[in-house]
Design a protein around this ligand. Structure first.
Ligand code: HEC
Length: 271
């Protein structure tokens, strides 16, 4: 099922070059995975490792009959509907919550990548509320509800000329080796995608951001994408960074563009 790595050279050639073009990157990456997994449609990668392993896919689908994130979505809906002290609320910032398709984006004034979590806190602070902790429960519940409200919307973000440096930084991060094992994200999620690492099948780069936040059985709770980044850093003996650090937001910007055009399917469950 797994084929060679012909396109990798072309992909890596673009790393760090000033003239990079996100759309060419995305197409090259889609081509890479099409060649590597001829039987798997690119859009199927939104199911992560379960797109690549029939056996675990069946267990996972059975589990989805009683999705473990259901209560988080309900609790998030209550939080989303509550009013701030000044009478306004999240709806004034995010309408019905179906906004995820356009996150993250590069904010010209702030000169930084704005994720949904950052926007949630901006919304609060503008109304005189305290920001939520990025590693806390409330922000995970709110984003679970908004992910649910955004389901099936197609990722439609923009890498603007101002945002290109942030995109490039994220891409560079993905292809750079780090930690005691000296491994890059791309080594596991491109070169070794579909193979097993200990008991786990490695997911593909494409589709890695479509379904967050995720209820993980290992965590026994729902958690954000950046928690997964921390774990993947630690797996290779590198230090995890703070949730919503600039480096992780840039990484998310790159990864989200790699999933441009795919439907959102969060929240999700994972082992
Ligand atoms: C040593 C191999 C290894 C490296 C290096 C690695 N990961 Fe992972 N990653 C895993 C394993 C194992 C899993 C769990 C199985 C899966 O879903 O791919 C995982 C899962 C993920 C997931 C969740 C996928 C899903 O469907 O929910 C994301 C996102 C992710 N990794 C991103 C990264 C990023 C970004 C980097 C670089 C900072 C990275 N990984 C580096 C092994 C690795």
């Amino acid at each position: 099922m797994i084929r060679g790595t012909a396109c990798l050279v072309a992909l890596l050639a673009g790393v760090g070059s000033a003239s990079a073009d996100p759309e060419s990157d995305r197409q090259a990456l889609a081509g890479y995975f099409e060649q590597r997994f001829p039987d798997v449609e690119v859009a199927s990668h939104i199911d992560g490792a379960y797109a690549l392993n029939e056996q675990t896919r069946e267990q996972w689908l059975a589990m989805e009959d009683f999705p473990p994130y259901e209560f988080s979505v309900d609790d998030g809906e209550v939080l989303f509907g509550a009013s701030f002290k000044d009478g306004s609320g999240y709806q004034d910032c995010f309408d019905d919550g179906n906004v995820k398709a356009h996150f993250p984006y590069f904010d010209r004034e702030k000169q930084t990548v704005v994720t949904l979590e950052l926007a949630i806190n901006d919304c609060r602070v503008a109304s005189g509320e305290e920001p939520l902790a990025y590693n806390g429960e409330d922000i995970a519940l709110l984003s679970a509800y908004m992910a649910f409200a955004s389901r099936d919307s197609v990722i439609d973000i923009e890498v603007t000329p101002e945002g290109l440096a942030a995109y490039e930084a994220g891409k560079q991060y993905y292809y750079s080796r780090r930690g005691q094992l000296n491994f890059s994200c791309s080594q596991c999620h491109m070169l070794m995608s579909g193979m097993k690492l200990r008991a786990e099948t490695l997911s593909a780069t494409i589709g890695q951001v479509t379904h967050w936040p995720v209820y993980r059985f290992k965590w026994q709770e729902i958690g954000p994408l950046h928690r997964r980044f921390v774990e993947c850093n630690e797996q290779v003996g590198a230090e995890g960074l703070a949730y919503q650090s600039e480096t992780y937001r840039n990484l998310q910007y790159f990864l989200t563009y790699m999933s441009q055009g795919l439907p959102l399917n969060g929240p999700a469950s994972r082992k």
